[in-house]
Design a protein around this ligand. Structure first.
Ligand code: ZN
Ligand code: ZN
Length: 440
């Protein structure tokens, strides 16, 4: 901790600390010192269904499917949920073929606790992001909450959302926009993600946006009459170089990526068309807007310098993930009670900061969200075939179930502890306010 403070004092502000400072407005001081009364029940119950969940986990893992084509995973999960007593399953929810909703309703009015399950894979490298484990974790968490609801006669509702296409398709955004969460008056949302680094409760991710850039020029003979042409590739190269110059003066956490997809037809023709795909990322969606303006200026510079016409088409964007501290505190306690060593929030937020992006970020701007990071034994990190192999092991299955226990207890505490739910919502509101202020 001292090292971090020293670094800050010296002006080398750690990006995580910066993000933490911004979000700590509204930090609640809620103390939950006693182990949850649901801990033992949940732990034993999840252990008891471990072998039942294992084939579901493996079926998803061994049949990797891409964005919105997760038909086997969808079929496996909905079929399985239909076998569980008390669960009402809606396959292909909200017109999305591979999304689903499974509900467990106590019949008594109360909070609505939700889990998101991911199950998409990556092209050519299978489940190298370990989403089979995310599905397993959320399945375990939701089932355990439902079981506890009956056992302890609790009010409210548990919902498991099947959320496809996290790897670039934004399934959760589609569900959000379709009203899948607001229609069910969801109070909080819980998810997890495996990694090769230590467990963390306060996982935060970057905001990101991808877009296509095109320049339209005019052909001409590149030797005989080049002055008659307008060189679209020159426009793109000018913009690319301007971006390289901009990179020196971006803020920590700002990222600019890009590649050229079209660089002209032939060397003896002035290039009439050039295009590329670009990505910008930043610590928050508000910061991303600022960065994006600067980036757009670079593309405009290319057009200005050459006379080529510029066209920018948005492709995709995810918000940053803002973890809810009130809820994460419970998750941290449970993980640590199960043998983990997640440190205090000050260190946890640093450990949990990643520059990757996820559509769970958009969820975190719609309701209090937890994305619990859990370690699996892997030399390689996510998006590497080595990680896919690690995500198949029995040990990884057990790690996912441990995270599932933590999410289940977090959900049950939010369901039954009014003070906790109120604190989580208060913090969420303050975070939104802080985010709006940042925009001004
Ligand atoms: Zn991924
Ligand atoms: Zn992932």
């Amino acid at each position: 901790m001292q090292i971090v403070l020293d670094l800050v004092d010296d002006g080398y502000v750690d990006i995580s600390t910066r993000r933490d400072e911004r979000r700590s407005k509204g930090l609640n001081q809620l103390q939950i010192e006693e182990p949850s009364q649901y801990f033992d029940f949940i732990s034993e119950y999840v252990d008891s269904i471990s072998e039942t969940l294992r084939p579901v986990n493996l079926k998803i893992h061994d049949n990797p499917e891409l964005n919105y084509e997760e038909f086997i995973a969808h079929e496996t999960l909905t079929k399985f949920m239909r076998t569980r007593k008390g669960w009402k399953v809606t396959p292909s929810a909200y017109g999305i073929a591979t999304a689903f909703i499974a509900e467990y309703d106590s019949g008594k009015k109360g909070p609505v606790i939700s889990f998101n399950a991911e199950y998409d894979a990556l092209k050519g490298i299978g489940h190298s992001c370990g989403h089979n484990l995310i599905a397993t974790c959320s399945l375990a968490g939701a089932l355990a909450c439902g079981e506890a609801m009956t056992k302890f006669s609790l009010p409210g509702k548990i919902i498991l959302y099947g959320t496809p296409a996290e790897e670039g398709g934004g399934g959760k955004i589609k569900l959000l926009e379709a009203g899948a969460y607001s229609d069910h008056k969801v109070d909080i949302n819980l998810i997890s993600h495996p990694g090769k680094v230590a467990d963390c409760a306060l996982m935060s991710t970057n905001a990101y946006v991808s877009f296509k850039v095109e320049y339209f020029g005019k052909e001409a003979h590149a030797a005989a009459a080049p002055w008659e042409g307008i060189n679209a590739l020159d426009a793109l190269i000018t913009a690319y170089n301007a971006l390289s110059v901009l990179r020196q003066q971006t803020m920590p956490g700002d990222i600019i990526q890009g590649h050229i997809t079209d660089g002209g037809a032939a060397p003896n023709i002035i290039h009439a068309y050039a295009a590329g795909i670009f990505v910008t990322r930043a610590l928050s969606k508000q910061r991303l807007k600022v960065l994006r303006k600067k980036v757009n200026k670079c593309f405009e510079a290319g057009a200005e310098a050459t006379g080529a016409k510029l066209k920018i088409t948005e492709i995709m964007g995810y918000d940053d993930h803002v973890p809810n501290r009130a809820l994460c505190k419970v998750s941290r306690q449970v993980m640590n009670a199960l043998g983990s060593d997640i440190p205090s929030p000050e260190m946890d937020i640093i450990r949990g900061a990643t520059q990757a992006s996820t559509d769970q970020g958009n969820i975190s701007y719609a309701m209090p969200s937890v994305s619990l990071g859990f370690k699996i034994d892997s030399v390689e990190g996510p998006h590497n075939p080595g990680f896919a192999a690690a995500a198949r092991t029995k040990e990884a299955h057990i790690a996912a179930l441990r995270a599932g226990k933590a999410l289940a207890v977090t959900g049950l505490e939010a369901l039954t502890d009014e003070k906790l739910l109120k604190a989580a919502k208060e913090e969420f509101k303050n975070m939104l306010k802080g985010s709006e202020m940042e925009q001004l």
